[in-house]
Ligand binder design. Structure first.
Ligand SMILES: Nc1ncnc2c1ncn2[C@@H]1O[C@H](COP(=O)(O)OP(=O)(O)OP(=O)(O)O)[C@@H](O)[C@H]1O
Ligand SMILES: [Mg+2]
Length: 389
């Protein structure tokens, strides 16, 4: 037996020793897949035949292959909500654009996961644990899906906020169940909104209870075999306990997209809906400082308007208009009327938003636009039109 598959064999052994048939069967199924991929079809068939003879085990393997395992999903004791969400992201469904240095770091992680056994043999292995941190909308959850898709594994997403149930005393038990569940099948365990758990220590409220949660978390992470793939995402890296921070061998900051990434994002999200000659460079320059999620939202909204209006392409001015209004929102500029929007857009980019363009976009007369912009009325009332015209 090749050393490559030692970790699967050990998992099968673990399952057998714990009398946990579904764990043994899950990993036997994975071993068969890997053998088949490696060209050992004969061996793969032998394993699958054995699995077929154990009906109970087969069921869970089939479920695992479908990416669904509805029974025995850990459930929050208080609310009966499932604390784990099982999905199987496919590579073609998960697009991700990263700056080159971050991408290299993620590739390093993937290589380390794929060759874990060889690295263990060489005494050079790091635990398969990666922590990503960055502002909301920078693609952390997307990166977790991307990693699972690249590895061809199920993604078990733990909603940490659900996990911290109103009854704090139950959290430790919930946590244990989740980690046990993850150990029993080949998967990527992803603790999303991790700060809900990990920021607990040092919080003045309920210090005792919350400390217990953090300690439980540390214990669970420590008990996890190094080969288990654990991802965590947080918006608040400064809240994380240093003890938790240390347990992640790979740390990936998720930055705001730079020019190159922004250009790729605009192109990707507009896709075929981009009209020829669209000023991508203008969009890239104007969208400095916004997240990928914001760019995606603007593109989706623009595409929706195009579809509803029966146009095959988005309107360039419409995309810029949505970007401008989003920036106003981010800067907390209150724009409560359409007139106020026009005034803001005209100030934002006088050249792009000529009187004629604004009139067309908003379906008003150029004269109306002239009036409101000349007056510079910040919250442009309807009467402005009459007053000066
Ligand atoms: N770098 C990126 N490449 C591709 N898509 C991106 C990128 N950044 C953001 N997105 C898009 O933005 C959306 C939101 O991203 P995601 O949910 O991963 O953000 P997040 O960092 O997890 O945010 P939060 O902290 O709020 O959970 C995704 O649907 C994704 O398509
Ligand atoms: Mg997220």
């Amino acid at each position: 037996m090749a050393v490559d598959h030692l970790s699967e064999v050990l998992k099968i052994l673990d399952g057998a020793l714990r009398a946990n048939a579904s764990m043994a069967a899950n990993y036997a199924g994975l071993l068969a897949d890997k053998l088949e991929e490696g060209g050992n079809r004969q061996q793969a068939r032998q394993i699958r035949e054995r699995l077929a003879r154990a009906p109970g085990a087969l069921v869970s393997v089939q479920e695992a292959q479908l990416g669904i395992s509805l029974n025995n999903l850990p459930v929050d004791g208080e609310s009966r909500l499932h604390t784990v969400d099982v999905s199987r992201p496919e590579p073609q469904d998960v697009g991700l654009v990263l700056p080159s240095a971050i991408e290299a770091r993620v590739e390093e992680f993937l290589a380390s996961v794929r060759h874990h056994d060889a690295l263990v043999a060489a005494n050079a292995a790091l635990p398969n644990r990666l922590l990503m941190h960055g502002l909301p909308g920078t693609g952390k959850t997307q990166l977790a899906r991307w990693i699972a898709a690249q590895l061809g594994l199920q993604l078990l997403t733990v909603r940490c906020d659900t996990l911290v149930s109103s009854l704090l005393g139950q959290t430790s038990r919930n946590l244990r169940r989740v980690f046990e569940y993850a150990e029993q099948r080949p998967c990527v365990l992803f603790l999303d909104e991790f700060d809900a758990l990990a920021g607990a220590r040092g919080n003045e409220r309920d210090v005792g209870e919350l400390q217990r949660v953090v300690i439980a978390l540390l214990q669970n992470i420590d008990a996890l075999p190094d080969g288990t793939i654990l991802l965590a995402a947080t918006n608040h890296d400064q809240l994380l306990d240093p003890a938790i921070w240390r347990r992640f061998s790979f740390r990936v900051p998720m930055p705001l997209p730079d020019c190159t990434v922004r250009e790729a994002l605009w192109q990707r999200f507009l896709g075929d809906y981009a009209p020829s000659g669209l000023d991508f460079q203008g969009l890239v320059v104007r969208s400095e400082g916004v997240t990928g999620a914001v760019i995606e939202q603007i593109c989706l909204d623009s595409k929706r308007s195009a579809v509803l209006a029966g146009h095959p392409k988005v309107d360039e001015h419409e995309v810029f208009r949505r970007l401008g209004l989003t920036l106003a929102l981010i800067d907390r500029v209150p724009l409560s009327t359409r007139d106020a929007e026009m005034v803001w857009l005209r100030r934002w980019d006088r050249k792009l938003f000529s009187l004629r363009v604004l009139a067309k976009l908003y379906g008003v007369s150029t004269r109306h636009v002239t009036n409101i912009t000349q007056e510079g009325a910040p919250d442009g009332h309807e009467e402005d039109d009459q007053r000066s015209g």
